[in-house]
Design a protein around this ligand. Structure first.
Ligand SMILES: C[S@@+](CC[C@H](N)C(=O)[O-])C[C@H]1O[C@@H](n2cnc3c(N)ncnc32)[C@H](O)[C@@H]1O
Length: 209
């Protein structure tokens, strides 16, 4: 499904570039999922591309309250039957997290935008809406052992911090620790185009709240 720049609020050219490579992996990892919660959907381009490719599941887009109106409009324009109406979700507000349980979670390019304390909230609050064996897929740039994977990611980090000092490319090891703390084990760390990663975790048996 193509959401064109013409009728898409908050249109992201990078989503158009990365959605095919991400979809290839999600087809494997969300193969048995029934309901996926996306955090930080913004324009909904990823939702509108992935949901029709995964017709066996329901895709729940979300974003900060101020972005939900545009997101809702974009999703309505896409006319896809297995996308739920977008919900307002700020990861740091525990009461905004859905009461429903999900067996898949997806988020792209959000952890380097939100502050580190919000990244911690993301993982802490995520627990309440997960089933056992839930799959968590996070896409974006990461550092490893404190090193950027490319000069362009180092420059991107400077650009992010200049824009908002709480933002920044995250350390894989620190994010992985947060995932482990809520019962996930790493299934795969996939090198993606343009120096991004797709990190896949799955929740271990007996770790559901
Ligand atoms: C760079 S955009 C990424 C949008 C889209 N996922 C993509 O890949 O193009 C970062 C997204 O994270 C969202 N975000 C930032 N802080 C957030 C928070 N505390 N809770 C939920 N979403 C947040 C922003 O509103 C925005 O939609």
């Amino acid at each position: 499904m193509l959401l064109t720049e013409f009728n898409t609020v908050n249109f992201s050219p990078s989503c158009e570039r990365n959605k095919h490579a991400i979809a290839e992996q999600l087809l494997r990892y969300f193969k048995h999922s029934k309901s996926v919660l996306e955090i930080g959907s913004l324009s909904g381009q990823h939702a509108a591309h992935f949901a029709p490719l995964l017709p066996h599941l329901r895709w729940q887009p979300s974003d900060l309250a101020e972005n939900v109106r545009a997101l809702t409009q974009n999703i309505a324009n896409s006319d896809i039957s297995n996308i739920e109406a977008p919900i307002a979700l700020d990861v740091s507000h525990r009461h905004l997290w859905p009461e429903q349980k999900y067996d898949g979670i997806f988020s792209a390019n959000s952890l380097h935008i939100m502050s580190w304390s919000h990244v911690e909230c993301f993982f802490k609050n995520l627990q309440q809406c997960l089933v056992e064996h839930a799959v968590l897929c996070i896409y974006g740039p990461f550092k490893y052992q404190g090193e950027f994977t490319s000069r362009s990611n180092a420059n991107f980090d400077l650009w992010l911090k200049d824009r908002d000092m709480v933002s920044g490319v995250r350390d894989f090891e620190m994010v992985h620790q947060l995932a482990e703390d809520i019962g996930f084990s790493l299934k795969q760390d996939i090198n993606m185009p343009a120096n991004n990663q797709l990190l896949i975790w799955q929740r271990k048996s007996g770790s559901a709240k």
